[in-house]
Ligand binder design. Sequence first.
Ligand code: MSP
Length: 662
Amino acid sequence: MPERKEKFYITTPIYYTNGLPHIGHTYTTVVADVLRRYKKMRGYDVVMTTGTDEHGVNVERAAKNAGIPESEFAARMADAWRALWDELGLTADEFVRTTDLRHVRTVQWLFRLCKENGYVYKGHYTGLYCVYDNAFVNEPKPGNLCPDCDRPLETVTEENYFFKLSAFQKPLLDFYKKFPNFIQPESRKNEIISFVEGGLKDLSITRTTVRWGIPVPGEEPHVFYVWFDALNAYLSAVGGPDYEKRGMWPADVHLVGKDIIRFHTVYWPAFLMAAMLPLPKQVWAHGWFLMDAAKMSKSKGNVVLPRPIANMLGMDALRYFLLREIVFGQDGNFSYDALVTRYNSDLANGLGNLASRTAAMLEKNFAGKVPKPGARLPQDDVLAKEAQNAIGEVLERYDQFEFARALETIWSVIAAADKYLTTEQPWALGNSHDEESRKATILWTTAELLRIVAALAYPVLPDSATKVWRLLGQSNAIGTVELDGLHWEQLVPDTTLGKFQALFPRVEKTEAIERIEAMANEELNPTAARAAATSSHSAPPAGAASAPAASPAEKIGIEDFAKVEMRVGQVKTAERIVGADKLLKLTVDIGSEIRQICAGIAQYYEPEALIGRKVVVVVNLAPRKLRGVESNGMIVAASVGPEGRPVLAGFHEDVEVGARLK
Ligand code: MSP
């Protein structure tokens, strides 16, 4: 009987559905996908799960705002999340929705086990409560105001089921000691240990003030507290009460952001201990991608979306940047500038250039076949050794979750190959027998190095590594290559090469950034973009994708139009933005306040000529950053001619500043 492969179970958090994914969420999912591909290449039977966290007050409220039932709202959002992950090539083996029946059963089962084992009791919870939002508030604003809606909070007492978290202080501390790698990275581990040492209070795990949740059987109107509900997704994904059949539980690694580490390393193991179920092997907490030193959020207007980046530079480029730019476990800044710089230097000039040079030389000199190497010189062996050594080193780094260093090592091999070609100059060799033989050796060596680079880089760069693999005439699927068997000297001479497909075409930085930002604006403000149908938006620079006019089939209702608030504004100041030749930075008086707005009109309007001019401003757009400058609104303009020349909308009669357009 064939031996069963060792299993490896990876999870991402399940994501809240009151918004759509930004690159923070994408980061966690990309890491999970990289690990999934990597572990498969190390011979594991891998399962990776993700999903959506659909219960709770926020979804209740968002559904109300959208005017649809919660179940419908949650289903739409879950579809959108799943579709985006698929589009980005981040398909998990299991996608759990907390409204799935399999999940509901698991949560109720875990609760029953905890209760039967004596760790659940009924009690009362008293706290500050927002009547408007239907939610208890842990951190009120000064003056006991709701942090969400600024209304006064009331003290409310509610009947709850409590989980005896206090009973798990010692078992948890013992567990951390026995399994020192459970919490990663180290710095987080110390933080959690001191939190637990500081004492644990029992935790209320049901609510009667929330409607949209999993019911506690026989105890309606109690529903489960969102975290008791959500954490169970990891178990429900792989069988729930029947987890033993699937053989995947316990998880080998829960990937989480640092903000939710406490739930995963304190509450979750305590629930499982109480239910006497196996505990996960590891929780790995990564840092945050920050925008201007702040966490991304839609209300701050600083979210970065994955799709526009993938559309402009390819998903591999985003994956590479996320893993290469910051050390896994630490925070780092996201900037389009750094993204495009890395794209051009590491991907276009690095891997892309090496692959295209090699492909061209092989095609020209060896009629599209892998050459047979002749006698080796010491410099060939030096390069061979470097590539061979990199294999062990890269695997070690992947194993340690040191993704940036794994990539650094791979790129040092690419740099060595570049240098080798520059020194050996195969293009300068002639047609004598010896020179042909030398050329064959050099190009075989470079091609073999590329093969190793492709296999090692595949977990991070699946699309481009596949292209390199095909170029080298490898007929097996690169994702099934066994990394443990990868070594130098496996490239077979005479193999017919595949067609070269360009990997990373160089881009012009300013233009690439402008196009990404334009696509992001479009995605973030689709209604506004549509309703202002005849305008070019000025927020994305003119010349970039302009708002598509609604097709007849997609007529919008008056209520959609009413969502767009347009007012008469008057330009107070106007100036050019250094490094962005299409953008002007304006300050505009809109009656109630002065707004800073970036407009993509710099090629058509002189800043001085705009001062005092009355314009139409969409005032209720979420703020955006354009080339690092905050833009808080949009100036309406017609888009004229094939080049989309912006012509500002205006008035023939005198209108009052601040007047609303209807
Ligand atoms: N629903 C909970 C998780 C329940 S798991 C049982 C939740 N959801 S979330 O959508 O808010 O966040 C999911 C993950 O995205 C978290 O791990 C969080 O850290 C990560 N990120 C959200 N913004 C981020 C950045 N800006 N940077 C990196 N990751 C961040 O929490």
